[in-house]
Structure formats: C-alpha cells, structure tokens
Ligand binder design. Structure first.
Ligand code: NAI
Ligand code: 15L
Length: 264
C-alpha cells in the first residue's frame, strides 16, 4: 500500500510497530499528541490530538490503511479518557468515511471483558463485562466500528489485545500475552485479506493457558506462533506464588478490576 497511518506512534506499541510495519507501505504516517522521534526516510510525522476533528480529517486524508493505537491505555479519570477514546474514535471514523474508508485495525482491549473469571473460556460473542471506564471506552469504540461497518461498509479488525510486551512477566500473562511477532503477523494479515468485515479478534499468542477462542477466524489465516508457556519457569522463579484471592489470578482483567473510578 502507499500510505499506512499509525496513531499512538509515540507510545509503547507504536514505537515497536513503527519499525516492524515499515515494509507494509511506501510511506508510514506517524501520529501522536506527544512528540514523536524524528521521521526516517519513508516516514512522516503529524502531531495532533485525536479530539481535534479538523486535524484528524487532515491526518486520515491520503491514507490507505490505519493502525489505530492512539488513546488512553489504562484506567484514568473520564475527563482524560473522553478526548482520545470517545471523541477521538468518532473523529477517526468520520474522517475515514470522508476519505474512502481505509481499513482500520482498532487496538481494543481485554478490559472490555475484564470481569470474567479466569476459568471461563470466551468466544467473540461473550457479552461485555468491562472492568473500568477505560474498558467501557473501548466497548464504545467497538460499537462505533460495528455501526460504521453495518451502515457504510467500513472494515475494522477489532483486536482485543491481551498484554503485548516483549515477554510475559506474571502468571496472568501466561494467558494474556501477545508477542510482538504475533501482533505484527496479525496486522499484516488484516491488511492482506481481500475481505475483512468487522470481526472481534482476540489478540493473544498461542498460549497453552489461554482463555480466548479465535476458532471463528479460520478464514483469516492468522496462526499465532508464540506461547507464553515457555516463560512459566522463569515467572515462577521471579514472582511470589500468588494468593488465590488476588484479582491478578481471579479475573481476566487482573488488577484493573480493583481500580477505583478516578476523578480529577
Ligand atoms: P501507550 O499509552 O503507550 O500509547 C498510547 C499513545 O496514544 C500515547 O503515546 C499517547 O500520547 C497517545 N494518545 C493518548 N491520547 C491521545 C489523544 N487524545 N490524541 C492523540 N494521541 C493520544 O499505549 P500502548 O501500550 O502503546 O497501547 C497502544 C494501544 O493498544 C492503546 O490504544 C491501548 O489501549 C491498546 N492496548 C494495548 C495493550 C498492551 O499490552 N500494550 C493491551 C490492550 C490494548
Ligand atoms: C491494556 O489494555 C493496557 O493498555 C496495557 O497497558 C496492559 O495493562 C494490558 O491491557 C493488560 O491487560 O495486560
């Protein structure tokens, strides 16, 4: 493709994806409200806030595909979440509608279902059980994406990312881990398939201890290769045995379920 937009490019995942997705497009357009490291030869940087509709319309113009990582990524006061994750999502989808419907990979989260216990296996149809306002904002994002698909044919991969880190570092992540390699492979697949639709995709590696069922996605052709299990011994050696009453080992959303509603 000619131009791929990555939002949230100054963030943890954005910095990784910026390098790893470079081969996908002639030009990678990077955006964040925070400063972004200077552009490489095939990159262009646009600093803007997702809550700024005019700026987002300009940002999306000329893009063939979007990896949408931008937004608040943890539990915060609603006043902080609303700009990027609610208004920003609307701005992004309106901009996409005005600019030829570039396919979108939306970084949703496991915190849309965080209140499920860890002994329950979930498919894509499981009702939402968000564990905080952050999770609720991503439920909004998924609902918005779905509506733009039904109404306008806007395609989105709604990827409910578990924990996308270099390696898993606690017992919960034996189930939630998504390796960088598997996320890169998923992203390439999402933009390669001829027809995508608007599927929920559980963003997790092929973890033996996984909770999420992606068997509805055989047609997509994404086969994660990594497995957090190979880190079990290391985690056991480095972390204390968890108390069974600890949310980290009770709920799929882990410690997020214990967050209060933060206020300003
Ligand atoms: P991050 O917090 O490191 O990066 C998010 C970026 O979005 C930041 O650079 C921030 O400046 C930018 N941002 C926030 N509000 C903005 C706004 N109003 N306008 C423009 N930019 C704004 O998060 P991370 O870890 O890189 O995650 C990327 C995405 O993936 C997030 O949407 C997050 O919710 C989602 N996700 C990540 C997971 C992970 O394991 N890293 C797990 C589940 C979901
Ligand atoms: C998320 O949604 C967060 O963005 C990330 O920082 C992790 O906390 C991840 O979920 C997780 O559940 O491990």
């Amino acid at each position: 493709m000619k131009r791929l937009l990555i939002t949230g490019a100054a963030g943890q995942l954005g910095r990784v994806m910026r390098k790893r997705l470079a081969p996908l497009a002639t030009t990678i357009r990077l955006s964040d409200r925070s400063p972004i490291d200077p552009p490489d030869t095939n990159e262009e940087c646009v600093q803007c806030d997702l809550a700024d509709a005019a700026a987002v319309h300009e940002l999306v113009a000329g893009c063939d595909a979007i990896v949408h990582l931008g937004g608040i990524s943890v539990e915060r006061p609603f006043s902080e979440i609303v700009g990027g994750n609610i208004v920003g999502l609307y701005n992004l989808y309106e901009a996409a509608r005005a600019n030829g419907h570039p396919r979108i990979l939306f970084a949703s989260t496991n915190h849309t279902i965080g209140f499920y216990p860890q002994n329950e296996r979930l498919g894509p149809e499981a009702p939402y059980r968000p564990d905080g306002l952050y999770g609720v904002s991503k439920c909004f994002g998924e609902a918005l994406a779905r509506m733009y698909f039904e109404k306008f044919g806007q395609e989105t991969a709604m990827v409910r990312i578990g924990s996308c880190t270099p390696e898993p570092v606690n017992y919960r992540m034996l189930s939630t881990w998504l390796s960088h390699d598997d996320f890169v492979a998923l992203t390439k697949t999402v933009f390669r398939v001829p027809v995508l639709g608007c599927p929920v995709i559980w963003g997790a590696s092929a973890n033996t201890a996984g909770w999420w069922d992606n068997s509805h996605l055989g047609w997509l052709g994404w086969r994660p290769k990594d497995n957090a299990e190979v880190f079990r011994a290391k985690i056991a050696a480095n972390t204390p045995k968890p108390d069974p009453s600890d949310s980290l080992v009770r709920f799929q959303g882990g410690a997020f379920v214990d967050d209060p509603i933060f206020t300003d």
